[in-house]
Structures are given as structure tokens and as C-alpha cells.
Design a protein around this ligand. Structure first.
Ligand SMILES: CC(C)(COP(=O)(O)OP(=O)(O)OC[C@H]1O[C@@H](n2cnc3c(N)ncnc32)[C@H](O)[C@@H]1OP(=O)(O)O)[C@@H](O)C(=O)NCCC(=O)NCCS
Length: 221
């Protein structure tokens, strides 16, 4: 048994997209569809109070404080391969530290649009990596999943996220005035969008949930 009480898997190091895995590279990070252990590390990365203040996961998704350091110590590329059918998600791996630094995801938002989300582990925040994280999400959406429009919502007061989204190339747009987080908290979002005319699709996985993402105009609710 491995570090997390799960069976030990083979190492994953391919630097290109294959049938069950995407690969994206930025200056200081690279991104891959996570193994089971990398997903556990990514969940630990956003389980602290400071991140949950903005993300608001349901209680069962939060990694207990006592396990976080152990999960975050996972060696990237290890652990069993896994399919993630509900979202396109990439674990961010910091090249120099050789550790999981966070995650970027594309899910369907409540209006049916592809929505980008992301986070960094506490040790990797405040170093300008959020811009790389969100840019990688745009590359995943536009150049790997063939999505022409990608939305993002950040709480009005989450200035770090808003600034990183803006610097990554997002523009502000209208959207619903409230947003319900998984834990039931209703937040006041600022909406962002990034649109391109040319898209591409790669050989990597495409979640079924994104196949039916709507293309109708967004209405304020
Ligand atoms: C959002 C997140 C990925 C941003 O990553 P980051 O690069 O570490 O963000 P930083 O703290 O460096 O802040 C980005 C920018 O916002 C600025 N900023 C941060 N807090 C700010 C504040 N309170 N007021 C004004 N500007 C602020 C920073 O100075 C920086 O500006 P710069 O681009 O000019 O250097 C990261 O903070 C994170 O994971 N947060 C927890 C989870 C989260 O909020 N996810 C997003 C949900 S929408």
C-alpha cells in the first residue's frame, strides 16, 4: 500500500496529451490530468480556511488538517491513473519544487457554460503563479477541449483571484448576481469570460458534462 493507503501505481511522466491524459506547460508549472494521489494532493491544497473562504466546498471534500502535509508531499507522477468524468481538471506541478502546487478545472456552471476554477496550495500563493494557473486553464479549454467561450466567477472581494483572472486575459461580463457555493453559502460574484474564434481538440479526455454546455446568451438572474 502507498502513502495514502491506496495501491501504488506506475509513474506518469508523458509530456503530451494521450487518450486518458492532458498535458499543458507554462513557465514555472506543468499540468496533467491527475492520478488518484495527485488529486488527493490537489484537494489538500485548497482545504485550508483561507482558500475555503472563497471556494466553499462541502465538508466531505475537505482534507483534514492532520493529513494535508502528507498528501501534499506526494511525488508528482505517482499513483493510480483515474478518470474524472465530471470536470476537466489538471493538477499543477511546480517544476523546481517537484510538488503538486494546485489545480485548474473546467466544469459546467449553473447557467450551463464552461466555467474555469482553480487554486494553489498555501506555499505557492502570492508568487504570481495564479496567472500561469488560469492561463493553463484557458489553453486546456480552447486548445484541447475545443471550447470557444470560457467563464469564471470570483467573489467580489477576492482581489487576488480577480487580478489573476484579469492578467490571464479574462474580461468582465454580466452574469447572475448571486452564486451558491457547495457549502450553501451564497456569494456575490464578478463574472469573467475569455472567448476565441479558433479552437482545437486534442486526443486527451473530454468530460461528458462539457459536451452539453450551452451556447445561448447569459441572462442575469
Ligand atoms: C486565486 C489564486 C489562484 C491567485 O493566485 P496568486 O498568483 O497566488 O495570487 P496573488 O496573491 O499573487 O495575487 C494576484 C494579484 O492580486 C493582487 N492582490 C492580492 N490580494 C489583493 C488585495 N486584497 N487587494 C488588491 N490586490 C490584491 C496581488 O498583488 C497580485 O497582483 P499583481 O498581479 O500585480 O502581482 C490564489 O490566491 C489561491 O489559490 N487562492 C485560494 C483559492 C481561490 O481563491 N481560488 C479562486 C476562486 S475564484
Amino acid at each position: 500500500m502507498g502513502l495514502l493507503g491506496m495501491r501504488r501505481g506506475r509513474r506518469v511522466n508523458a509530456e503530451k496529451c494521450v487518450k486518458n491524459r492532458h498535458f499543458v506547460a507554462t513557465e514555472r508549472l506543468f499540468f496533467r490530468t491527475p492520478t488518484e494521489w495527485e488529486m488527493a494532493a490537489a484537494q489538500a491544497a485548497a482545504s485550508d480556511l483561507a482558500a475555503q473562504r472563497w471556494i466553499g466546498w462541502s465538508a466531505e471534500a475537505i482534507v483534514p488538517k492532520t493529513d494535508r502535509a502528507r498528501f501534499l508531499a506526494v511525488v508528482p507522477g505517482t499513483g493510480p491513473d483515474c478518470e474524472w468524468p465530471d470536470s476537466a481538471c489538471l493538477v499543477a506541478i511546480h517544476r523546481k519544487a517537484n510538488r503538486c502546487a494546485g489545480m485548474v478545472t473546467i466544469t459546467r456552471d449553473p447557467g450551463g457554460w464552461p466555467e474555469l476554477g482553480g487554486w494553489l496550495a498555501p506555499a505557492f500563493r502570492g508568487r504570481g503563479l495564479g496567472v500561469e494557473l488560469f492561463r493553463a486553464g484557458l489553453v486546456l479549454g480552447h486548445d484541447h477541449l475545443g471550447l470557444s467561450r470560457i467563464r469564471a466567477a470570483a467573489e467580489m472581494t477576492n482581489m487576488g483571484s480577480r487580478r489573476a483572472l484579469y492578467t490571464a486575459g479574462f474580461s468582465t461580463v454580466d452574469g447572475p448576481v448571486t452564486y451558491a457555493l457547495q457549502n450553501g453559502r451564497i456569494m456575490t460574484p464578478c463574472w469573467y469570460e475569455h472567448a476565441v474564434t479558433d479552437t482545437q481538440s486534442c486526443s486527451g479526455p473530454r468530460p461528458v458534462t462539457l459536451e452539453t454546455a450551452t451556447r445561448r446568451p447569459y441572462s442575469r438572474a
